[in-house]
Design a protein around this ligand. Structure first.
Ligand code: ATR
Length: 481
C-alpha cells in the first residue's frame, strides 16, 4: 500500500491487536508496530491478511507511513513503557500530531504527560478503553481526555470504533470527557464501580447458595430472571452463564479456587477517595474482600478455630422465593449506592482538577461496550441531564423511590446474613452509607468531644457559632474508685 495510513497503533497484545482490527473494519487504513516484531508479521500474515494494514518494524517506519495530522495510539503496558515511547515519538512527529495512550494508565500520569507533550508542540490523548477483547474488536466504551485540540482530530475514528447504544444503535459510547487526565480518571471510576458490582453479585450468590441452599441450576434461573428486570447488565448475564458451565457432571464454578486477583485500578479509586475525603466505601469493601479472599491459607487455619453461627436455617419453598426477591432488592439498592458514590467521587475530582465533567455523558459512555454496561445507566444519564449539578444520585426522585422500595428487603438480607454468619461487606457498607447519609445527626459530636478532650482539637456547637475548647478534666465528674 503506497498511500499513507489514517491511524498508527503500537502494541499488539490482545487489546491492541483487536482495536487495530476494529479501526480497519470501519474503513480506515492502519499502520502497526510492536516491540517484538514477530507479532507484527503474525498479524499481517494472519488476521490482517488482505486488509488495509501496513506492518512496520520500527517506530520511524510507522510514523513515515502515517498521513498528517498523524495519530499514533499506544496500547502498551502502562507505566514507563509509555514514557519511553513518547520520548521516541516526539522527535519524529510535527506540531498538530497526536499521541494517544489507550492503556490502563493512572490519571496522574496522563495529567503530567498531556502537559509535557503539549510543551513539545504536540497533542496528547489519554483514553480509557473498556470492553475486553471482544469490546476492543467490535466496539469498546471509550473515555478520552487530554489536549482539547486533539478531539476533532481523533473523534471520527474513535466514535466509529466505539460501541453504539440508543433505540437506533447510533449513539457512540465515546465522548470527550475533559482536559488532561479526566478520561483516565473516569475509566478508573468505571473500574472501581465494576469492583463493587462484582462483589455485590458475589455476595448475592453466597446468600443464594450458602444461605438459601439453592443449586447452581436454580441460581442460573435466578440470574436469568434478574437479567430481565432492572438489574439487567452484562455482569449479571455472564454470572448467569457461568452457572451453566460443567465439566462432566460437575460445575466448573465449584472447582475454582476462591482467591481473587486484582490489577489495581480498584485500589487506585479507593486511595484517591481517601485523598479527596469522599466516602467511596463500596469499592473499598470490594478491594478488601479480594484481599481477604487472597489469604486462603490463613482463612483455612482460622476456619478450624473461629466459631460462628452453627444452626443452619431451613427454608420452605415459599420462603426461599421471598428471600430470592429480597436479595434482588438488596442488590439493586446497594448498586444504586455504589454508583452514587462513584459520581460523588467524580464530582470531587472534577472540582479539584478543574475538569468540566458532564456526568450524564459519563453514564452514557458506560451504557454499552464496557464491563459495567447496564440498562440502569440510562436512568443515571437522565438524572444528570435533568440536573447536571445533582448532589447525589440518591436524591433524584427515581433513585429515592427505588431505594425506599427496596429498603426493608435490604435490611432483612443484611440481618439474615449476620444471623447465618455469611459475610456481606458490600451489602452492609452500602446500607451503612445510606443510613449515615440520610441521618441529620451522627455520633460525631462525641468524636469531636473525644478529640478535644485528649488533643485540644476544638469543636463547633449546634447552638452558637465559633470554635470552642473545654477543659474536660476539670469539668468531668470524678469517677468512683
Ligand atoms: P500486559 O501485562 O499489560 O498485557 P505486556 O503483555 O507486558 O503487558 O505488554 C503489552 C504490550 O506492551 C505488548 O505489545 C508489549 O510488547 P511485546 O510484545 O514486545 O512484549 C508492549 N510493551 C511492553 N513493554 C514495552 C516497552 N517497554 N516498549 C514497547 N512496548 C512494550
Amino acid at each position: 500500500m503506497s498511500e499513507k495510513c489514517d491511524f498508527g497503533l503500537i502494541g499488539l497484545a490482545v487489546m491492541g491487536e483487536n482495536l487495530a482490527l476494529n479501526v480497519e473494519s470501519r474503513g480506515y487504513s492502519v499502520a502497526v508496530f510492536n516491540r517484538t516484531t514477530e507479532k507484527v508479521d503474525d498479524l499481517i500474515n494472519g488476521r490482517a491478511a488482505g486488509k488495509k494494514f501496513v506492518g512496520c518494524h520500527s517506530i520511524e517506519e510507522l510514523v513515515d507511513n502515517l498521513a498528517s495530522p498523524k495519530k499514533v495510539m499506544l496500547m502498551v503496558k502502562a507505566g514507563p513503557a509509555v514514557d519511553a515511547l513518547i520520548e521516541q515519538l516526539i522527535p519524529l512527529l510535527s506540531p498538530g500530531d497526536v499521541i494517544i495512550d489507550g492503556g490502563n494508565t493512572h490519571y496522574a500520569d496522563t495529567e503530567r504527560r498531556t502537559k509535557y507533550v503539549e510543551e513539545k508542540g504536540l497533542l496528547f490523548v489519554g483514553t480509557g478503553v473498556s470492553g475486553g477483547e471482544e469490546g476492543a474488536l467490535k466496539g469498546p466504551s471509550m473515555m478520552p481526555g487530554g489536549s482539547e485540540a486533539a478531539w476533532p482530530i481523533v473523534k471520527p475514528i474513535f466514535q466509529a470504533i466505539a460501541a453504539k447504544v440508543g433505540p437506533n444503535d447510533d449513539i457512540p459510547c465515546c465522548e470527550w470527557v475533559g482536559p488532561r487526565g479526566a478520561g483516565h480518571y473516569v475509566k478508573m471510576v468505571h473500574n472501581g464501580i465494576e469492583y463493587g458490582d462484582m462483589q455485590l453479585i458475589c455476595e448475592a450468590y453466597q446468600m443464594l447458595s450458602a444461605g438459601l441452599g439453592l443449586s447452581n441450576d436454580e441460581i442460573y434461573e435466578v440470574f436469568d430472571e434478574w437479567n430481565r428486570g432492572e438489574l439487567q447488565s452484562y455482569l449479571i448475564e455472564i454470572s448467569r452463564d457461568i452457572f451453566s458451565v460443567k465439566e462432566g457432571d460437575d460445575y466448573l464454578v465449584d472447582k475454582i479456587l476462591d482467591v481473587a486477583g486484582a490489577k489495581g485500578t480498584g485500589k487506585w479509586m479507593s486511595q484517591l477517595a481517601l485523598d479527596l475525603g469522599v466516602p467511596s466505601t463500596l469499592v473499598t469493601a470490594a478491594v478488601y474482600a479480594r484481599t481477604l479472599s487472597a489469604v486462603k491459607e490463613a482463612r483455612t487455619r482460622a476456619s478450624k478455630v473461629l466459631e460462628g453461627p452453627t444452626a443452619s436455617k431451613t427454608f420452605s419453598a415459599d420462603e426461599r422465593k421471598q428471600w430470592v426477591e429480597k436479595i434482588r432488592e438488596a442488590l439493586y439498592a446497594s448498586k444504586i449506592c455504589s454508583y452514587a458514590q462513584g459520581f460523588v467521587q467524580l464530582q470531587a475530582a472534577a472540582k479539584e482538577h478543574d475538569w468540566p465533567l458532564n456526568y450524564g455523558d459519563c453514564a452514557l459512555l458506560w451504557r454499552g461496550g464496557c464491563i459495567i454496561r447496564a440498562k440502569f445507566l440510562d436512568r443515571i444519564k437522565e438524572a444528570f441531564d435533568e440536573n447536571p449539578q445533582l448532589e447525589n444520585l440518591l436524591l433524584h426522585p427515581f433513585f429515592t423511590t427505588a431505594v425506599h422500595g427496596g429498603q426493608q428487603a435490604w435490611r432483612d438480607v443484611v440481618v439474615l446474613a449476620t444471623e447465618l454468619g455469611l459475610p456481606v461487606p458490600a451489602f452492609s457498607t452500602a446500607l451503612a452509607y445510606y443510613d449515615s447519609y440520610r441521618r441529620e445527626r451522627l455520633p460525631a459530636n462525641l468524636l469531636q468531644a473525644q478529640r478535644d478532650y485528649f488533643g485540644a482539637h476544638t469543636y463547633q456547637r449546634v447552638d452558637k457559632p465559633g470554635t470552642f475548647h473545654t477543659e474536660w478534666l476539670e469539668l468531668r465528674r470524678t469517677p468512683a474508685e
